[in-house]
Design a protein around this ligand. Structure first.
Ligand SMILES: NC(=O)C1=CN([C@@H]2O[C@H](COP(=O)(O)OP(=O)(O)OC[C@H]3O[C@@H](n4cnc5c(N)ncnc54)[C@H](O)[C@@H]3O)[C@@H](O)[C@H]2O)[C@@H](O)CC1
Ligand SMILES: [K+]
Length: 544
């Protein structure tokens, strides 16, 4: 798993080392320079006589350093000095009147070129460091940097406050305008130092201009903003550099990472593999209340995903014609009442209007799952999706998992007295998923290009899915898959409700991997994603 620590935690972990004189910046900068050299060498790979690709030479490669006022700029300058000593042609563009003096001296000594940014060519020279520097206007600087082989973005790191201002902001605006998008031809390789400058380090927001990176080299530990949407989509490939920090740091934050991203091995290790003693009830029965006569497909997709994810049994509740469609698609499904170990409520259920009695069934199941019908049935986990989200009129336990997309989350929040629209949720997914958790008590899985899961004291962020997964029915598949995963751990999740979030994050990972497996590199249908689940689970288990 990748653990991300807040800016405060990282600073707290750095403090004792800095006090002891440990050269953290040198370590960080040396590792940064090594990653840049390796990336460049691979990008310049040439075929040897045997046809094998060999790393190319990086001598003479042009490097543009974007340098801000703080230690992030210091990292960039020191890395630039290392690169200049290895024969690369380094130019630093200073976006502040004062920059890290040691870094500047190192770059000067290594033969790097240094220019100061001004609003327009011929502008008055600021006084960066000790020496007067030549100046260059932002537009000219951006044009020159766009012709480099690599741009090292050291404008802002974990000291960023709000949208990037000043020359740095203007330079990034101009570069964003003229550079091809990541992966585009003719684009320099953009390496972000610690974080892409200007992202919300702790919340993944984009308060102002941010240059999308092809690689982010981060120090000590991942930062929350690298994992959380929307910023996670601008980080490119990752590299976490160990600079010797001892995390978790002091008790200040309870010793917990701010955000966690699960990886394949975590999901494989926690996946329950049936043994000789198991039968369909120990493996978990999933009850599905989904679909209406108008929207029968959601019921089919939800039930199919629950079957494919290894539920011991799937029970379906709903109108007869929908039940017939479900059984025709998946003859394993039992269209009858009975005990369940987890519920999936709401896929294909409209928020209002004709519901064929489904709303009443979902309401009763949600009350039973939440433990509000004492004496009738033990509480069990539940997935509450789509139309069933409108049924949350009282606090839930955290073993109830809500699975809204941004629009549905906005509607839920408005129903609970908040003033927010879909775009607001998309701009600040962590904030609003947290708020929904606080207001409802439920675990909240917010769907999107990246998935955020918030439970009691825990936050997960998954970015496992190809863009092709954004297709009708994909959410129904996730609900069924998650229902089966919760049913398999029913008693454990009710006893330890904070674990529901980890199960939900694991479901997001499997869902994304299934989409990857199902897509031929192009469009993918939701039912194909459900059908890919067994192969994904088998692959995860084979690697454990
Ligand atoms: N503390 C350390 O010893 C280490 C720090 N490291 C680097 O240092 C970085 C943190 O350094 P700093 O604390 O100096 O912070 P930053 O380098 O992120 O920069 C903060 C500076 O930028 C300015 N600033 C803040 N918000 C701004 C905005 N929105 N627009 C324009 N200017 C803004 C402030 O005036 C401040 O001077 C890390 O991200 C990492 O790259 C690494 O070298 C590892 C060791
Ligand atoms: K940066």
């Amino acid at each position: 798993m990748i653990q991300a620590w807040s800016a405060d935690d990282v600073r707290a972990a750095e403090e004792p080392l800095l006090a002891a004189g440990v050269p953290l910046m040198q370590r960080a900068a040396f590792a940064l320079a090594a990653v840049v050299r390796r990336d460049l060498a691979r990008r310049r790979a040439v075929a040897g006589p045997d046809g094998e690709l060999r790393d190319g030479s990086v001598r003479g490669a042009r490097v543009a350093l974007l340098v801000g006022a703080g230690n992030n700029g210091g990292d960039a300058l020191h890395a630039g000095a290392f690169l200049a000593r290895r024969g690369l042609a380094v130019t630093a563009y200073l976006a502040a009147s004062r920059v890290h003096e040691g870094g500047l001296a190192a770059l000067d000594a290594a033969g790097g070129r240094v220019v100061a940014l001004t609003a327009a060519d011929g502008g008055a020279a600021p006084q960066p460091g000790a020496a007067r520097r030549p100046t260059v206007g932002v537009t000219t600087a951006a044009a020159a940097a766009s012709g480099a082989d690599v741009i090292i973005d050291g404008l802002l790191g974990i000291g960023a406050q709000g949208p990037m201002r000043g020359m740095g902001g203007a330079l990034v605006d101009e570069l964003s305008r003229i550079l091809p998008p990541p992966g585009g031809t003719g684009r320099p390789w953009v390496v972000a130092v610690d974080v892409p400058s200007g992202v919300g380090v702790d919340d993944g927001t984009l308060p102002g201009p941010v240059l999308p990176a092809d690689r982010t080299v981060t120090f000590g530990a991942a930062k929350p903003g690298l994992l959380l949407p929307p910023a996670t989509h601008l980080t490119g490939a990752g590299a976490v550099i160990d600079i010797g920090l001892a995390l978790p740091p002091a008790a200040r934050t309870g010793g917990r990472p701010a955000v966690v991203r699960l990886e394949d091995a975590d999901v494989a290790a926690a996946w329950p593999v049936p043994g000789p003693q198991d039968h369909k009830y120990t493996r978990g029965v999933v009850g599905v209340v989904a679909g209406t006569t108008t929207y029968p497909g959601a019921a089919v997709l939800t039930a199919a995903a629950a079957v494919r994810a290894g539920a011991g049994m799937v029970r379906y509740q709903g109108p007869d014609d929908v039940a017939r469609a479900v059984v025709a698609a998946r003859p394993e499904v039992v269209p009858a009442d009975g005990r369940v170990q987890a519920w999936v409520l709401g896929p294909g259920l409209p928020a209002d209007g004709v519901d064929d009695g489904q709303r009443g069934r979902a309401r009763a199941a949600l009350a039973a799952a939440s433990g509000l019908l004492a004496g009738t049935q033990d509480p069990v986990p539940a997935v509450v999706d789509a139309g069933a989200l409108a049924l949350l009129d009282r606090p839930c336990p955290a073993w109830v998992v809500l699975t809204p997309h941004a629009g549905e989350l906005a509607a839920l929040l408005v129903a609970h007295g908040e003033d927010v629209e879909r775009v607001g949720v998309e701009a600040e997914p962590l904030r609003w998923a947290r708020r929904a958790h606080e207001l409802t008590g439920a675990t909240v899985l917010l769907k999107g290009g990246a998935t955020v899961v918030v439970g009691p004291g825990v936050t997960y962020a998954q970015a496992d899915a190809p863009g092709w997964l954004a297709t009708a029915g994909a959410g129904d598949v996730l609900a069924g898959l998650l229902g089966a995963m919760l049913a398999a751990r029913s008693a454990e999740v009710v006893a330890h409700p904070e674990r529901a979030a980890a199960v939900a994050a694991a479901a997001a990972l499997v869902h994304g991997r299934a989409a990857e497996r199902a897509t031929p590199g192009g469009p993918v249908a939701a039912l194909a994603v459900a059908d890919a689940i067994p192969g994904v689970v088998a692959g995860l288990l084979a690697a454990r």
